[in-house]
Design a protein around this ligand. Structure first.
Ligand code: PMV
Length: 360
């Protein structure tokens, strides 16, 4: 019997503290600047099974039980798959089946977990033995922010200098055990797809924002300061830097022509309320990606107050996450989303049990 080229991986999203917004190379996904992030725990994970087989006539990509068909939907996964095939010197078609608990394309960093899981599962299915930096590069080629999801804890994506992108990958700042009372409260203000995808939004900003060049000037300094605050567990320093950076990135978005606005009324209410909470000392810091969903960095002792703020802003759904770990490979037959014959196993998320249920 021929060897089954199949593997399953799980990866967690990461939320940027210092945000990546803008590329210097669109094809290789090379950033204009460095960025850093914290990895979430398993509550918003993505599980992906990748199988390569000579039985498959074409590539098939499924996310949350929906097959991706349009070029726009496929633009992240296909380049990543093609590079992996090139590296492994194979031409076999692939089936990729992914389930993401994060709302896809809702500005909640779901693509980071998704593309990291594809890179891990595909390279594992082909028995490729890559270093974590090489895996980070592969993740980056799917979605920039995904390159930071190769690490648990806190990670920095190095801008790199080389034109081929071989030095633009993530390094770990501190692992998931470093800061036990650090919490990330993720509010779901809107789980629909965002109007302007981050890829288009950042391109537009780099081309049109007058403020963007100022952002590039200030980033190296805050990258250093935020890393230092993480290492020293200086919460109030880190939360202030995070809020300022989120505001700065959104300012450059508003400064494009026509402007891009991801924040909604609930997001703005959260911003005001967090500043009120912080009046006598910083207890929490908000951060927004390319969407209206607030992410609040805080400490365990302030979680109840932060949850109240989100509730008052009309945000009903939220996740309180610890600092999470890096990707893992699942080996048990029952955990694969594709069976050994290449058929997709029926699967769905059971909200009550809070787990992925696979029919076997
Ligand atoms: O990696 P992308 O293309 O999903 O872009 C992510 C951009 C932000 O989430 C807004 C910031 C970041 O660094 O994650």
């Amino acid at each position: 019997m021929p060897k089954i080229l199949r593997a399953t991986a799980e990866a967690n999203p990461n939320i940027a503290i210092i945000k990546y917004w803008g590329k210097r190379d669109e094809k290789l996904i090379l950033p204009m600047q460095g960025s850093n992030s914290v990895t979430l725990d398993e509550q918003l994970k993505t599980r992906t099974t990748v199988m390569f087989s000579d039985k498959f006539r074409q590539d098939e990509i499924w996310i949350n039980n929906k097959q991706l068909t349009t070029p726009e939907e496929l633009e992240k996964v296909m380049p990543q798959l093609n590079i992996i095939r090139e590296m492994a010197k194979i031409r076999l078609k692939a089936k990729v089946v992914s389930y993401s608990v994060t709302p896809v394309a809702g500005g909640l960093a779901g693509s980071a977990a998704g593309l990291a899981a594809v890179a891990y599962a595909a390279t594992n299915a082909l028995g490729m033995n890559l270093s974590i930096s090489e895996l980070s590069v592969l993740c980056r080629l799917g979605s920039g922010s995904a390159c930071r999801s190769v690490y648990g804890g806190f990670a920095e994506w190095k801008r790199g200098e080389k034109a081929d992108g071989s030095d633009s990958f993530a390094v770990q700042i501190a692992d998931e055990k470093h800061w036990p009372d650090f919490r990330i409260v993720v509010g779901v203000a809107e789980s629909g797809e965002k109007k302007v995808k981050s890829r288009a939004g950042m391109k537009h900003t780099v081309a049109n924002s007058i403020l963007y060049s100022k952002r590039l000037e200030y980033l190296p300094k805050v990258l250093k300061e935020s890393k230092d605050a993480i290492l020293k567990k200086d919460a109030s320093r880190l939360f202030e830097i995070a809020m300022r950076d989120s505001n700065d990135m959104h300012a450059t978005m508003h400064d494009t022509w026509p402007p891009i606005m991801y924040l909604n009324d609930a997001s703005k209410e959260v911003i005001y309320a967090i500043h009120e909470l912080n009046q006598n000392g910083i207890k929490a810091g908000y951060s927004f990606d390319a969407g209206p969903n607030p992410t609040i960095f805080t400490l365990d002792k302030h979680v109840a107050e932060v949850k109240k703020i989100l509730e008052n802003a009309g945000i009903k759904k939220m996740f309180v996450s610890n600092v999470g770990s890096g990707p893992k490979i699942l080996k048990d037959e029952i955990e694969h989303l594709i069976d050994e014959n290449g058929n997709i196993r029926k699967h769905s998320f059971d909200e009550k049990k809070n787990m992925l249920v696979i029919e076997y």
